[in-house]
Design a protein around this ligand. Structure first.
Ligand SMILES: Cc1cc2nc3c(=O)[nH]c(=O)nc-3n(C[C@H](O)[C@H](O)[C@H](O)COP(=O)(O)OP(=O)(O)OC[C@H]3O[C@@H](n4cnc5c(N)ncnc54)[C@H](O)[C@@H]3O)c2cc1C
Length: 322
């Protein structure tokens, strides 16, 4: 049975690990992560975080809550990506430009980004009415996920590999009803020391196909080299019409395909009280899932919201062990 200072997090993707760290670092709780898949495992369609680009920017938008979550996350990751910090190697700071077919609002939702500017009309490509520029961060996701796991473990966190079929299994049995520890990784997913160019991707609602489609890959590459022939280094000086998709196929390291965890109604961050089987106590369960295409850019902000909800819930629920 779970005590009040014992917290179980289900899931070891970017959302689960960040939440586990945020709760753990209060110093008030023992935290265990239960998951089917960990960052050290080979890539699988059952674990989205491995497949993300990942890029920060679109998580800051018009919605006030999303804005707060996105801004808090950006600040945390910007700090981690600072030159000279111990985590710098997980990130790449990049300059981003965005062109729009419409005029943009002032202030723009992204005005908080470092080096934000409205682009002069004279610099816009034909057909565009406005443009912005700012500096942001790309994440080397395998490296960053392993960093999160290492940070959690180094501070005394526990991991258990297991498949949770119903939350009541944890409420009644605690984390240790699941088959024991994380176990050995069977694949080598250690990050390589090279800069990788992520080309893509696509977003199709309700598409569960678990492997990349060849036609989507060819279409993506064709469109990418037409905008940016420099993707084929040997042809970087030639006109885009002289570059074909065949020039780039040999350079492709890996085709990736992940299932963004989207849900109708958007991300779910809320607390629910579950009764145990004997109905003699209530256990708070804080939901934090459905981050669709923004799990990295909402990770720290949503983990902070979870912590607030957890603290409020624990303050009103008696500990059956006391
Ligand atoms: C191509 C692509 C590009 C993307 N680009 C970006 C980007 O630029 N920026 C961005 O912020 N996001 C991006 N995303 C989205 C981002 O990857 C997801 O939002 C994020 O990975 C979701 O993280 P998660 O922890 O919720 O899920 P996951 O990474 O899928 O982790 C889920 C965890 O829960 C565990 N689990 C699930 N069910 C059970 C169970 N029953 N019992 C035990 N364990 C269980 C799994 O084993 C796993 O550990 C992209 C996604 C894709 C596919």
């Amino acid at each position: 049975m779970l005590g009040k200072n014992e917290i179980v997090v289900v899931g070891a993707g970017v959302v689960g690990l960040t939440t586990a760290i945020r709760v753990q670092e209060t110093g008030r709780h023992r935290v265990t992560v239960i998951a089917e898949t960990f960052p050290t495992d080979p890539k699988t369609i059952k674990y989205t975080s491995h497949w993300a680009g990942a890029h920060l920017a679109s998580g800051i938008g018009a919605d006030a809550t999303e804005n707060r979550i996105g801004t808090e996350t950006f600040r945390a990751i910007w700090e981690m990506s600072a030159p000279g910090s111990e985590t710098e190697g997980c990130f790449l700071r990049v300059r981003q430009t965005q062109f729009y077919a419409e005029e943009q609002p002032e202030p723009h939702p992204l005005h908080i980004m470092p080096g934000f500017e409205y682009l002069p009309q004279s610099s816009l490509p034909k057909g565009f009415k406005s443009g912005i520029g700012f500096t942001t961060v790309d994440i080397d996701t395998p490296k960053y996920l392993n960093y999160l796991l290492a940070r959690f473990l180094a501070r005394g966190g526990s991991t258990i590999r297991g498949t949770v079929q119903h939350i009541s299994q944890i409420i009644e049995g605690g984390p240790h009803v699941f088959s024991n520890p994380m176990g050995k990784s069977t694949g080598d997913t250690s990050p390589v020391d090279a800069v990788i160019v992520v080309v893509g991707g696509t977003q199709e609602p309700d598409d569960w196909h678990p492997v990349p489609r060849e036609r989507t890959k060819l279409d993506t590459l064709t469109r990418a080299i037409s905008c940016y022939p420099e993707l084929v280094p040997a042809k970087s000086n030639v006109d885009s019409h002289q570059v074909s998709v065949d020039d780039i196929l040999d350079l492709v390291i890996e085709d990736g395909c992940g299932l963004r965890p989207a849900r109708k109604g958007g991300v779910r961050i809320e607390v629910e009280l579950f009764e145990d089987a004997q109905r003699n106590r209530r256990v708070p369960v804080v939901h934090n899932y459905g981050h669709e295409g923004s799990g990295f850019e909402w990770s720290w902000g949503s983990a902070a919201m979870v912590l607030d909800l957890l603290n409020d819930a624990l303050s009103i629920v008696p500990d059956s062990r006391n």
